[in-house]
Ligand binder design. Sequence first.
Ligand code: NAP
Length: 200
Amino acid sequence: MNVLLIGATGDVGQAIVQELSSRHHLIQASRATSGSNRVDLRDSRSIYRLLEQHQGLDALIVAASEPHFGPLDQMTGELVREGLEGKLLGQIDAVLAARDLLADRGSVTLTSGLLGEACIRYGACAAAVNGAIEGFVRAAAAEMNRGLRLNVVSPGLLESSTARIGQYFRGFDPIPPARVGRAYARSVEGIETGQIYAVR
Ligand SMILES: NC(=O)c1ccc[n+]([C@@H]2O[C@H](COP(=O)([O-])OP(=O)(O)OC[C@H]3O[C@@H](n4cnc5c(N)ncnc54)[C@H](OP(=O)(O)O)[C@@H]3O)[C@@H](O)[C@H]2O)c1
C-alpha cells in the first residue's frame, strides 16, 4: 500500500515507521521535512497540497502536534487556541483532505492519547483535544463515502518518550513502542472503521 505518515520523525511516528515500512511504501512527512513531504498541520492548504502531491494514497496516518500543556492558572484562550490548531483542527483537516483525495477503500488513522481518559496535572487541554478527536472519529467514520475507513489510536506513554515527558506521568506503565506501532497496523491493514484503539 501507499501510506502517508504525518509526524514521522516523532516518537509515535518512529514506532509506526518500524512497524509499517517493511510492508508498505511509506511516505514520511513532518513540519521540518524538506521538499514535497513538508506539511504544517496548522495550515489546511499545506495538508491539501501534501495529499495532492502524492496521488494514489491508500492510507493516511497522522501522529503529530501537541496541544497546550500547562497549569490551569496560567492558561489563556490564546494558548488553548494555538493548541487546537494543530492536533485537533489539523487532524480534522487531514480527514477532509483524505475524503477528497485518498483512493477508494483507503483508510485514515488519527492519534488521540491517554489523556483523553486519565487526568494528570497540566493535562486539561490535552484531555479536551483527545476527547474531541475521538468524538469526531466515531461520528465521521459512519459518513465516509467510497469505502473509506476512519479510526483513531490512543497511545499510552511510550517507553521512548519517558526521558522527555515521563515526569508528568508518574505511576503510569510505559508502553513498548512496538505495541503502539501494531495498533496503527491494525487500523491500516484491517477492515474496521470508527474504532478507538487504546494501547495501555
Ligand atoms: N509520545 C507519547 O508517549 C504519546 C502518548 C500518547 C499520545 N501521543 C500523541 O502522539 C502524537 C505524536 O506525539 P510524539 O510524542 O510522537 O511527538 P514528538 O516526538 O514531539 O514528534 C512530533 C512529530 O509531529 C511533527 N509535528 C509537530 N507539529 C507539527 C505540525 N504543526 N505539523 C506537522 N507536523 C508536526 C514533528 O515534526 P517536526 O519536528 O518536523 O515539527 C514530529 O514528527 C501527539 O499528538 C501526542 O499527543 C504521544
